[in-house]
Design a protein. Structure first.
Ligand code: M6R
Length: 593
């Protein structure tokens, strides 16, 4: 949510480096963008625009070796040029980019308004004015940043430059900020793929830490400090194993399609976990007095899938809760509780806050994440990396199925059947390889053409496919903008069936298990009321108006059921003229509450 990118080093085209970096971060926010450069003039050079940074070409930029930039997802204040970052002070000598939410912004704004003229409606501009006051009181840029951070409540990551000091200063509490360490140059970004073309060596800034990167010496240097009392922190950079190509679209028109197709490999990679690690987590589940699976959005639906998998395979009750709803369960949490957080980014604010709450009560934390070194990874007792590689489309696809694969391993390992789970997943992956071909793609496109002008559609499932019906609805909503809702098949007759009229599309997710006859009955009830029934099933049935075949893969059914819906959502988005990678109003990593 909001992308920050900054550069300091010997290159004279820092502005271009930052613009390119922002383009690679655009999935985090795409309402507006801006950059500020230190050019040696009295005023910092500034450019801010409404719209997508990806549309920017041939922008004339002055030479600079220090630059900061931002791609915005609006929270406080509308999508306007004034509200775009960076925010400069009146003299133009200071520039700030910020990600997060400053919760006490109203009170600070009231106070600062007495002295400063606000030019935006954002909470972020407050940081600029606080910094200016501390600088005027004789503090250095880094001390001003540290003191300003004491005044801020909420989550933030901010980077500041001035016209006079050859430095980048950044601070973090709760929002991600990663330092890319190049050959005599530094990059600061909200996410690693942004600087992958330059370096794979990274340093993570933790909460309540700051970094000062300065050009004072011949070779720039980074100094890490605590926000509390500016004590130096020693950090060693680590090398991450993502490559720049994995974070590019290649020949695909969109990241979403590329990531759907990658599921041929990602399921196997996710299944290829170290047995000892899986058993370590299983031991924690067995020892705990209450385990909660936690996630938001799609990851929340995966958490629910996990609860069904544990019940079905391991006969073990595990709770599934949305991160934002977790505080309501907090009275059940103590030092015997285990929390298993599921998150692609490892940065989602609602999940993070739930984990912090649980950790404060002594609970153990396991996280299942895609981003190594993310906040959740670093705060967890144990992390399982799903190894899906960079997922850039806002709509989660390959991370979703990789997360389900890991939960399948855990559920089977609970009853000593880990190898069976690995075989099941490898078999499912090979079926996916056969399924994802141009003929299948064309067949789903034909369905998308039939459905593209409908206002609403519904998805039903039972058992393992129920959470996938909910996930299917999210996928359809977020990229096609068609109203879609998922239900448990048996729930239809308790209310939602009233929504069915002649031709209403209903997608039934059907597996070859004990739930099959009942979910087919639910589909028949809809058909009897004029509904258009799309069956996603290993076998055709007379009641289906359109049949999408999925292989029968037993308990790996949720993984296979969702893939055709991902393709359908993608096709509907493209047919309706939407950008599937950057759907309206959304951002990839939701780091605000
Ligand atoms: O990074 P996370 O997995 O924690 O993200 C959680 C949700 O924001 C995310 O799954 C969201 O619902 C996706 N856009 C759905 O495709």
């Amino acid at each position: 949510m909001c992308g920050i990118f900054a550069y300091l080093g010997p290159r004279n085209d820092a502005g271009r480096v930052v613009i390119d970096g922002l383009k690679r971060l655009e999935y985090r926010g795409y309402d507006s963008w801006g950059i500020a450069l230190q050019t040696g003039e009295d005023r910092l050079w500034l450019k801010k625009e409404v719209g997508k940074i990806s549309a920017v070409e041939n922008l004339e930029l002055p030479n600079a070796q220090i630059a900061i930039g931002h791609s915005r997802w609006a929270t406080h204040g509308g999508v306007t040029q004034k509200n775009a970052h960076p925010h400069l002070n009146e003299k133009g000598t200071l520039a700030v980019v910020h990600n997060g939410i400053i919760e006490n912004f109203q009170e600070l704004r009231k106070e600062l308004k007495k002295k400063h003229k606000f030019r935006s409606e954002t909470d972020s501009e407050i940081i600029t004015h606080l910094l200016e006051d501390f600088l005027e009181a004789g503090k250095s840029l880094e001390e001003a940043a540290r003191l300003a951070s004491f005044r801020l409540q909420g989550r933030f990551a901010f980077v500041v430059i001035s016209n006079s000091e050859r430095k980048l200063v950044a601070a973090r509490r709760g929002s991600p900020l990663i330092i890319g360490v190049g050959e005599g140059e530094y990059f600061l970004a909200s996410d690693i793929p942004a600087f992958l073309p330059y370096t794979r060596h990274v340093n993570y800034l933790d909460d309540d830490q700051m970094v000062v990167i300065s050009m004072d010496k011949l070779i720039p240097d980074a100094l890490f400090l605590t926000l509390e009392d500016a004590s130096p922190i020693s950090k060693r950079s680590i090398e991450i194993d993502w490559d720049a190509k994995g974070a590019e679209k290649g020949d695909y028109p969109h990241f979403m399609l590329k990531e759907i197709m990658e599921q041929k490999e990602t399921i196997c990679r996710a299944a290829n976990q170290d047995d000892a690690l899986i058993h370590e987590v299983v031991d924690l589940i067995k020892k705990s007095k209450g385990t909660f699976l936690l996630g938001c959005g799609t990851a929340g639906k995966v958490a629910l899938t996990g609860s069904y998998l544990f019940s079905r395979i391991a006969k073990e009750h595990i709770n599934a809760v949305f991160g934002s709803e977790f505080p309501a369960q907090a009275h059940f949490i103590n030092d015997k509780t285990l929390i298993i957080a599921i998150s692609q980014s490892g940065e989602t604010a609602d999940t993070m806050e739930a984990l912090e709450l649980a950790q404060a009560k002594g609970a153990k934390i396991v996280s299942i994440v895609n981003v190594e070194g993310s906040s959740m990874d670093r705060m967890s007792d144990i992390t399982i990396n799903i190894k899906a590689g960079p997922e850039k489309a806002v709509a989660s696809t390959k991370a979703t199925t990789a997360q389900i694969a890991v939960l399948t391993l855990l559920a089977y390992a609970m009853v000593g059947r880990l190898n069976e789970a690995k075989q099941l997943l490898v078999d499912a992956a090979s079926q996916i390889t056969e399924m994802l071909n141009p003929r299948y793609d064309g067949y789903i496109e034909t369905l998308a053409v039939k459905l593209k002008d409908f206002e609403s559609m519904y998805v039903i499932g039972r058992g393992l496919n129920y959470p996938m019906a909910l996930e299917a609805a999210i996928k359809l909503q977020e990229v096609s903008y068609i109203h879609a809702e998922g239900f448990a098949g048996g729930e239809l007759k308790h209310g939602p069936i009233a929504l069915i009229t002649q031709g209403t599309p209903l997608i039934a997710l059907v597996s070859k298990d004990e739930s099959e006859p009942e979910i087919l009955s639910n589909a028949i009830e809809v058909k009897a009321r004029g509904g258009y029934v799309v069956g996603v099933s290993p076998e055709n049935n007379d009641i289906f108006d359109y049949w999408i075949k999925v292989p029968d893969v037993g308990n790996a059914a949720p993984i296979l059921s969702i893939i055709p819906i991902q393709i359908l959502a993608y096709k509907l988005a493209v047919l309706r003229g939407n950008d599937p990678d950057m759907p309206r109003n959304l951002a990839k990593s939701v780091t605000v509450k």
